[in-house]
Design a protein. Structure first.
Length: 469
């Protein structure tokens, strides 16, 4: 999902830059502060009880390059619909350039009338897969659909899918339900930028991975112990009750585990890498503590961090991070995404700043960047709140969304006062937890901080219609 190569994370700071249901979620350490705007809840919002239920069954072949699987989705829309739309993230232009591809090989369900691909500016066979229903579903009416699929993993490189010596990994490796509650199906096109375009609801998700017995699997969710070896293979399972998407890494990992603020952290490194999984676990735990002090309790009961070969970045998924960088700022950035996109979601095509600018701003928990650098970034061209279609190239996207976006939030905090700004953002996090937020939600959260609103509007993060009335 959100990718933060070192060159991106460095923009602001370095070079300038298990759970079984809602009752098992870590609770906020205290009631959310009252900002006076009347929008601050007394406690963090719970996920929608009618959210989708997703069962993902993966099988990694012995070649470590082919994954077959079945995804079963129980879906209850909050708006009428006659179809289900799935996003095939591996068919985006950046992923297919490395040899990755996702194909749907079969569809089943009592309500299924037909199915097929839509291009959405992706590579063949298409970026969207649409399942047509025999009858239109009313709001609150449920259906269940099963999709069989094959995922081809390309070579190593900085991507959400790939293989290298002794390890394979895939994230967004199954059809991704593209529903935005209150809006409908997200059919946004893929883009040729180093960014994301998905939008998906949190789902009660169960994962199983059948893999060669010599490999250890680290993935999204609260993992069980694997089954005993049988026929040279083992099966690993996990459950994450609030996953928008999932990641899996299967490799000859050496692991370490720690617990921080009630969160079980599991890390893994590859033999011969010279890395220490215990040191990574400690660094991850420190990031959790620093970020929780500013934004409230960590959103998940567990966090897994497999450390892949150093391709120069990181990609976060709910309760899991694919780490591919030695830079600890990247780790902080990816942990911050557990709050911003993992818990407080957004349309990554329409409003990429709502997760990337916030995660880049969150890097400041390790120390504020030089004021001159913040001022310089804030003065750069480009609107922070542009959609993925509004940026002509990676550099201008990264500078506006990551760099200028983080600078705008840092400046808004300084102008409004750190204590009041932090309290307002904790209210925003708690109020919009497990939903897909919009810029107007940020405007509501900052209603009593006009100096902060003025900074964000001037930076192009908020439009006039996003401001509180």
């Amino acid at each position: 999902m959100r990718r933060a190569p070192v060159v991106l994370a460095a923009l602001l700071l370095t070079a300038g830059c298990g759970a079984t249901g809602p009752e098992a979620f870590p609770a906020p350490t205290s009631a959310a502060p009252d900002t006076g705007a009347g929008s601050c809840p007394g406690e963090r919002a719970a996920p929608d009880p009618d959210r989708p239920a997703v069962d993902l069954a993966f099988r990694l072949d012995d070649d470590l390059r082919t994954v077959t699987g079945t995804e079963t989705v129980a879906f209850t829309p909050d708006l009428p619909t006659g179809e289900l739309v799935f996003r095939l993230v591996p068919n985006g232009p950046d992923a297919t350039a490395l040899g990755n591809q996702l194909t749907v090989t079969g569809v089943r369900g009592a309500d299924v009338a037909g199915s097929g691909y839509e291009s959405a500016a992706a590579a063949a066979p298409g970026g969207l897969y649409v399942v047509t229903l025999a009858d239109r579903l009313a709001a609150g009416e449920s259906t269940e659909v099963a999709l069989d699929f094959t995922l081809r993993l390309g070579g190593g490189g900085f991507e959400r899918l790939g293989t290298a010596a002794g390890v394979s990994w895939w994230a967004s490796g199954a059809p991704l339900l593209a529903w935005e509650p209150g809006v409908g199906w997200a059919r946004d096109p893929f883009v040729a930028l180093l960014g994301e375009t998905a939008s998906s609801p949190v789902s009660d998700t169960t994962i199983s991975v059948d893999a060669p017995a010599a490999l250890t699997v680290l993935m999204t969710g609260d993992q069980d112990e694997p089954t005993r070896e049988r026929g040279g293979r083992r099966t690993w399972t996990s459950h994450e009750p609030v996953a928008r998407d999932v990641s899996v890494a299967a490799g000859s990992f050496v692991t370490a585990e720690t617990e921080v603020a009630g969160v079980r952290v599991t890390t893994g490194v590859l033999p011969g890498s010279g890395r220490d999984p215990a040191r990574l676990a400690r660094a991850t735990g420190q990031a959790i503590e620093q970020l929780a002090a500013r934004f409230g309790a960590f959103p998940y009961a567990t966090l897994t961090v497999p450390w892949l070969p150093d391709f120069g970045g990181g990609i976060e998924y709910p309760s899991s991070i694919l780490l591919a960088s030695e830079d600890e700022t990247v780790l902080v950035h990816e942990v911050a995404h557990m709050w911003f996109y993992g818990m407080v979601g957004d349309s990554q095509f329409r409003d990429p700043w709502l997760d990337e600018a916030f995660a880049s701003y969150a890097e400041s928990v390790t120390g504020d960047p030089p004021p001159a650098r913040v001022s310089r970034l804030l003065a750069t061209d480009g609107d922070v709140g542009g959609s993925m279609a509004s940026f002509p190239d990676d550099r201008r996207y990264v500078t506006a969304v990551y760099g200028k976006g983080a600078a705008a939030l840092l400046t808004a905090r300084q102008q409004a006062g750190a204590e009041a700004f932090d309290a307002a953002l904790r209210c925003y996090v708690d109020a919009r937890a497990w939903t897909i937020a919009t810029p107007a939600d940020v405007g509501t959260a900052l209603a009593d901080l006009p100096a902060a609103l003025a900074v964000l509007q001037q930076a192009g993060a908020l439009d006039p219609e996003d401001l509180p009335r």
